[in-house]
Design a binder for this molecule. Structure first.
Ligand code: ADP
Length: 211
């Protein structure tokens, strides 16, 4: 199976006394579902931020589909790998849901028709059809979580990276989101990397676990 992500000896220090990652190694194959588990402060978010080039390692390297994240333009990386932040308010910043979902595809330079098609598909996948003109700030937390995943899906990434997708959701929204993520892997073959401390979600969301 082809390697989707390969992390070699990755270390990262926020400052002299905050060593967030130390010699981390991880391999994810295309189509796999991987969970990264660990307590608060273990470095999960820091690791995920390296996958799409938001952070660059103090040492070591990160490759996505064989290309070093440090050497490729960020626009290239985000075509392959979509990162859903833990807090949906970090992802949704436009006046309407349509604008939030269209933002990425427009920045890829796609034509209006294609942008509209992608937005509609992402909304359908997340069960949010009809939400186009809604204001993100007026949605429930569960709806915001789905909208933030839809905003990433409109980029049609081959790898989906999720930071604590089930945190702060009620049981019904949590179950719904887990099923959607599972379906994206099963139906579309999307590689899934999930950082979570929701250990009960791990058997459904992961084939392998990194601790
Ligand atoms: P997790 O996602 O597993 O809870 P984080 O990656 O958020 O862990 O944090 C790892 C460590 O890095 C913690 O000690 C945290 O305090 C520190 N850290 C995270 N973000 C920053 C930041 N922006 N500046 C300084 N230290 C940070």
């Amino acid at each position: 199976m082809r390697e989707a992500i390969n992390i070699k000896n990755l270390s990262y220090m926020y400052s002299e006394d905050t060593r967030a990652l130390e010699s981390v190694n991880m391999t994810v194959h295309e189509g796999e579902r991987i969970a990264i588990v660990g307590p608060n402060g273990a470095g999960k978010t820091t690791l995920l931020l390296h996958l799409n080039g938001i952070l660059h390692g103090t040492d070591g390297q990160v490759e996505v589909f064989g290309k070093s994240v440090d050497k490729v333009k960020r626009e290239e990386i985000i075509k392959d790998i979509g990162l859903v932040f833990q807090d949906p308010d970090d992802q949704l910043f436009m006046p309407t849901i349509f604008d939030d979902l269209a933002f990425g595809p427009i920045n890829l330079g796609l034509k209006e028709d294609e942008v509209r098609k992608r937005v509609e598909k992402a909304l359908l996948t997340l069960g949010l059809s009809g939400y186009e003109n809604r204001c993100p700030h007026h949605l429930s937390y569960g709806e915001k979580k789905k909208a933030s995943l839809a905003a990433v899906m409109s980029m049609e990434p081959r790898i989906l990276v999720l930071d604590e997708p089930t945190a702060n959701l009620d049981p019904r929204s949590r179950a719904e989101l887990i099923e959607i993520i599972k379906g994206l892997n099963e139906r579309e073959g999307i590689t899934i990397v999930t950082a979570t401390h929701d250990v009960n979600a791990v058997p459904t969301l992961a084939d392998r676990v990194y601790v």
